[in-house]
Design a protein around this ligand. Sequence first.
Ligand code: ATP
Ligand code: MG
Length: 227
Amino acid sequence: MDRAATGVRGLDDVLHGGFPFPSVVLIAGEPGAGKTTLCMQTLFEGARRGESGLYITAISEPVDQIHRYMAGYRFYDRSLVEEGLIKFLDISSLLLKEEHEGGGAKAALDFAMDFIRKSGARRVVIDSITPFSFTFAEPRGYRRFLHELFIMLKAMETLTLLVAEFSPDETTNPENYMADGVIFLYLQKTEVVDIFKPAIQIRKMKGTEHTKDILRLGFTREGLRIL
Ligand SMILES: Nc1ncnc2c1ncn2[C@@H]1O[C@H](COP(=O)(O)OP(=O)(O)OP(=O)(O)O)[C@@H](O)[C@H]1O
Ligand SMILES: [Mg+2]
């Protein structure tokens, strides 16, 4: 099986070389747990290896702001962006346009899928999937949409990282079942009062052996790394 190196120190060892390729991997976790950073590291790692990447933002953060924040990390290489090896797409305005139930989500998805195909990207990030759910009044409508989304993504020759804004306690959300892989990012409370430690768990990764232990994570200038 082909692998896509993650760029996160320690994670490739645990995954025996990286994320299985192609696959759709959910990156879920609470605010500030490192979701965007992990995805960016993987995009830049790919670009350094000549694999084109596409980062799609859906409401959470405008593109300029993402560049500003990511420029603080050593893995951020402006020249890879300037060369067009990593592209950025903001679908927030499409998502917010809502004529009917789920209309914004469907319009944004169609536009994004078309852009992915034309860009020829090997690695794709959607950050995040959560705002899509807000365009549906009924959970059933959102589930149907997710089903359609995963069918489309799984048919592509890409590594797709889907960011999800929910806590790792929510283990039975439909996204967790539909994805090929699930990574949970935590800010764990320790025995010492008021001390929180970042951590990561590979909850699921089809096609590969891996530990299911919760592993300590470090936030460094190189990005995330397993300690
Ligand atoms: N240059 C840096 N060096 C070390 N750590 C940093 C650096 N820049 C940011 N951080 C840490 O990364 C955290 C943000 O991580 P990130 O944006 O990846 O989280 P997230 O899970 O995407 O959050 P959100 O749900 O808000 O989008 C900050 O709160 C800070 O703790
Ligand atoms: Mg984020």
